[in-house]
Design a binder for this molecule. Sequence first.
Ligand SMILES: Cc1cc2nc3c(=O)[nH]c(=O)nc-3n(C[C@H](O)[C@H](O)[C@H](O)COP(=O)(O)OP(=O)(O)OC[C@H]3O[C@@H](n4cnc5c(N)ncnc54)[C@H](O)[C@@H]3O)c2cc1C
Length: 398
Amino acid sequence: MKVIVIGGGAAGLMAAVTAARDNRVTVLERAPRVGRKLAVTGNGRCNLTNLNMGVEHYHGEDPEFVIPALRRFGVGDTLELFRRMGLITVAEASGRVYPHSDQAGSVVDVLRLQAADLGVELRCEFFAHEIRPENGGFRVMSDTEELFADRVIVAAGGAAGGNVGGSEAGYTLLARLGHTRTRLYPSLVQLRTDNSFTRPLKGVRADGRVEIISRGRTVAAGEGEIQFTDYGISGPAVFDVSRAAVTAGECSARLDLLRDVGLSELTDMLRARLESSLTAENLLTGTVHNKIGRTVVTRLGYPLAMPVAKLTEEDIGRVARAVKSTELKVTGSMGMNGAQVTAGGIRTGEVDPETMESRLAPGLFICGEVLDVDGDCGGYNLQWAWSSGRLAGRLGGV
Ligand SMILES: Cc1cc2nc3c(=O)[nH]c(=O)nc-3n(C[C@H](O)[C@H](O)[C@H](O)COP(=O)(O)OP(=O)(O)OC[C@H]3O[C@@H](n4cnc5c(N)ncnc54)[C@H](O)[C@@H]3O)c2cc1C
């Protein structure tokens, strides 16, 4: 059969090398090269999956939609397939898996070489703007060309990461076939907050805990690295809660910048300094990053040169509480362009989870981020691309 894959990203390349075993496959990619987004994932290292896999790491109208794909082509299958393609991987203690080369480009390369080996035709700078069912197959059209295929796989990705190819093109393409989508919003995204606390700390990283507080309730919590920026907060712990922050409406981020030490223990440690010759500048020295220490005390109104001996028990309590619980108003996010993944997408109820075949256009398969599936930070989004791409590439077979 002649198969067209629309989108040469993670899911599309996986679908192409799968379908190419028994079919003639052409990948249509609008960009000048395939795997553009894949090549920048994981800060250039590509966190391609996670050993701690489970449906609880996925979101969308129906998170359970991912179960058949993860069962039929899970983490072990993915790593084995990549190894057969020549990619050696390393798992970190956290379960995150990276290529041994530490280069995301290696992942793109092994997929590209495998595709070439299997005779997959890669047509770059081909923007597919319409798919028309015809004679039991499909006509795929660009502005200047029309191609015919017996089966089509749409792997056009989501709207996140506009500067590396994210767009709404896939949703538009599928809408023309009657597919509908849920609301789109950015996920795994940096948060904009009241920046009077974060701006002086620009570039500083802390190991901490972030809670999103909405209407007096904690609606999400994340632990790990927090990065401070000009406009707010970033880093893996923030990405973990960003979906909740973006959807919560009015909310704030509560930071615990010393998560392994309890409030009373910290208070006792600081109280022991009351009789020292230290100044406020060094009250928190040794507990948190020096810049965080100075920012906390200044923000509470204590001059850095003030002798610690002049502080009261109450002052010490205030400082300790600020380290354990600083609340910043969330004012927004860095938007779709700054996001790693799109929450929302083509309604999964319109797609068969066992095969990824469209329920509206038989013979057409949909995979990857264009669907209403988004995963947590840590390799879950690429695993979704691999699992759903693999299933789509089987074209309804086993
Ligand atoms: C900066 C960044 C870092 C990330 N890091 C990680 C990470 O470490 N781990 C992880 O799991 N996830 C990560 N992600 C998310 C992950 O990259 C995506 O979820 C994944 O790439 C989605 O795969 P996809 O194939 O569905 O879409 P994409 O990889 O986006 O591929 C879709 C392709 O389709 C093409 N296309 C779209 N429309 C058309 C059309 N009409 N005609 C022709 N071509 C078209 C696009 O140009 C694109 O190349 C990151 C994302 C970003 C932005």
